[in-house]
Design a protein around this ligand. Structure first.
Ligand code: PRP
Ligand code: URA
Length: 209
């Protein structure tokens, strides 16, 4: 699928399977979300620009590289996106973090915004939008709409599990936004949950069920 990267990596597949398991408790679930996010960050950042710099080893001078180009921002969609922040920050410690609070109305499945706090220079940054679940796509589209309103131009969407329906909705609304998913699942059920999925990511992360 154009502009969609589905990870095909043995370690990610292994961890994703543990994440799906209904017997995995909150502590392990949080650790797995963080670890998968960190592994995904490696690929999501593959196109970052570098500039040559001189570095002095204990033996000699040589040419090294530093990240250049635009500064980075990461924007987790509350709540469940929070679970991905530490893993990404482990790889990108200088990234600034903005928060967008959206919940899905259980009746309409439409996203409702309840919180927003973004770095003041968000429009100058390249943004990774984080949410473990891309189901109907309503939350992701609303978050990207919102960031575009704030002037953001370059965004990538990073999800752990996506439903094909949600991918299509995001691609239609924001075709230029690349989507990265650890697992592309089969479909949504009649309640808007991803099958086979992992259940409610927020509840499993924070033990609220
Ligand atoms: C979940 C999930 C996404 C959204 C995905 O959040 O974390 O944000 O649903 O569904 P969608 O693609 O159909 O919009 P939820 O509304 O359950 O809130 P929470 O993160 O606070 O648990
Ligand atoms: N949100 C979740 O947390 N899980 C789903 O399967 C769908 C939306």
């Amino acid at each position: 699928m154009a502009n969609v990267t589905v990870f095909d990596h043995p370690v990610i597949k292994h961890k994703l399977t543990l994440l799906r398991d209904k017997n995995t408790g909150s502590k392990q679930f949080r650790d797995l979300v963080s670890e998968i996010s960190m592994l995904m960050a490696y690929e999501v950042t593959r196109d970052l620009k570098t500039a040559e710099i001189e570095v002095e080893t204990p033996l000699t001078k040589t040419t090294g590289y530093e990240l250049s180009g635009k500064k980075l921002g990461i924007v987790p969609i509350l709540r469940a996106g929070l679970g991905m922040v530490d893993g990404i920050l482990n790889i990108l410690p200088a990234a600034r973090v903005g928060h967008v609070g959206l919940y899905r109305d259980p009746e309409t499945l439409k996203p409702v915004e309840y919180y927003c706090k973004l770095p003041s220079d968000i429009a100058q940054r390249d943004i990774l939008v984080l949410d473990p679940m891309l189901a109907t796509g309503g939350s992701a589209v609303a978050a990207i709409d919102f960031l575009k309103d704030k002037g953001c131009v370059h965004m990538k969407l990073v999800n752990i599990i996506a439903a094909p329906e949600g991918v299509d909705v995001v691609k239609k609304a924001h075709p230029e936004v690349p989507i990265y998913v650890a697992g592309l699942d089969e479909k949504l059920n009649e309640d808007g949950y991803i099958l086979p999925g992992l259940g409610d990511a927020g509840d499993r992360l924070f033990g609220t069920k």
